[in-house]
Write a protein that binds this ligand. Sequence first.
Ligand code: HMG
Ligand code: MG
Length: 297
Amino acid sequence: MKSLPTNVTIIEVGPRDGLQNEKNFVSTDRKVNFIKKLTSAGIKEMEITSFVSPKWVPQMQDATEIVASNPELTRKLVLAPNQKGVERALEAGCDAIAVFVGVSNSFNKKNINKSTKQSLEELKPIITKLKEKNLFVRACISTAFYCPFEGKIKENDTIALCKEFASSGVDELSVADTIGMATPIESYSLFSSLIECLPDILLTAHFHDTRKMALSNIYAALQAGIHRFDTSAGGLGGCPFAPGATGNVATEDVVYMLERMGIRTGIDLDALVEAINVVSPSLTRRIETGYYQLATN
Ligand code: HMG
Ligand code: MG
C-alpha cells in the first residue's frame, strides 16, 4: 500500500457526463453558468461538453456554444467520439480532447456503433494528429471492470487496451467503472497494475456510484497510488447507452471525504453547493446538499 497523497486533482465531469443523461434539455445559459460557478469553486480541470451526434445525445447539441461561452477556461476539455467530433471541437476552439472506447465490444457498439478494434484503429491516427498540434489528449476507457452486456471484464483486457492508448501517445487515461459494479479489491488491483506498467502517464479513476461503492473504490485507488479522480457535482450522470449507469460519484462527497482526511483538493465546498444550485431547478431529481451547508456553517 502506497502512502496517501497530500493533494489530489478533481476532474469535474458534471457538465458532460452529469448532464448527458438528463431527459429535459438544460438551457445553454444555465450550463454556462454552472461551468462558471464550478470554476469559481476551484475546479481546474473539467469536461465541459461533448461533440457527439445530437441525434444520439440531444442534451449535448449546444457543444459549440458552450465552448464559445467559456473563453476564460485554461483548458477546454471536451469529449469527441470520431473524426467529425474532433473537427467540430477544434473549430469551436477546444485545446483538449477526450476520446472514449469500451473494453467491452458489446458496449462499444451500443455507445459508438463500432467494435472496440474499429474504434482503436480509427482513433490512433486522430490521436497522432492531435499530439502533432500539441493538444492535450485523454482517453476514457469504459467498462474497465464490468459491462452491462458481457458481465465481468478481465483485468488483462483492460490493461491491454490502456497500453494501446498509452502507446498511441495520449497524455491521460481515465479508467471507468461505467455501471458502478467494481469493489475496492478490484479497484486496488487494477490501479496498482496500471501504475506499475504505465508509470509515465496520467492515470485517473472514474467511478459511477450505482451501488454506493464509489467512495470505497476511490479510497482503494488512493492506496494504489492514484491521485486524479473524475467526479460530478451533485452526483449527476450516467451513460445513456449503458443500462444501470446511474450518477457519477458526487464531487461534494469526494471533496468532503478527502478534505476531512487532510488531503487537499483546492475546492471550496460552499461554492460547489452554489454551483449545484444553479442546475438543480432544471433537473427531474432532487439533489440533497443541505448537510454540507450544515457541516460548513
Ligand atoms: P453513427 O450513426 O454510426 O454515425 O453514430 P455515422 O458516422 O454513420 O454518421 C451518421 C450521422 O451522424 C451523419 O449525419 C454524421 O455526419 C453525423 P447525417 O449524414 O445523417 O446528417 N455524425 C455526427 N454529428 C455530430 N457530431 C459527431 C458526429 N459523428 C457523426 N461527432 C456516433 C456514431 C459516434 C456519432 C454516435 O454513436 C454517437 O454520437 N455516440 C456518442 C454516444 C455518447 O455520447 N455516449 C456517452 C459518452 S461516453 C460515456 O459517458 C462514458 C464515460 O463517461 C466513461 C464511463 O463512464 O464509462 C466517458
Ligand atoms: Mg461516465
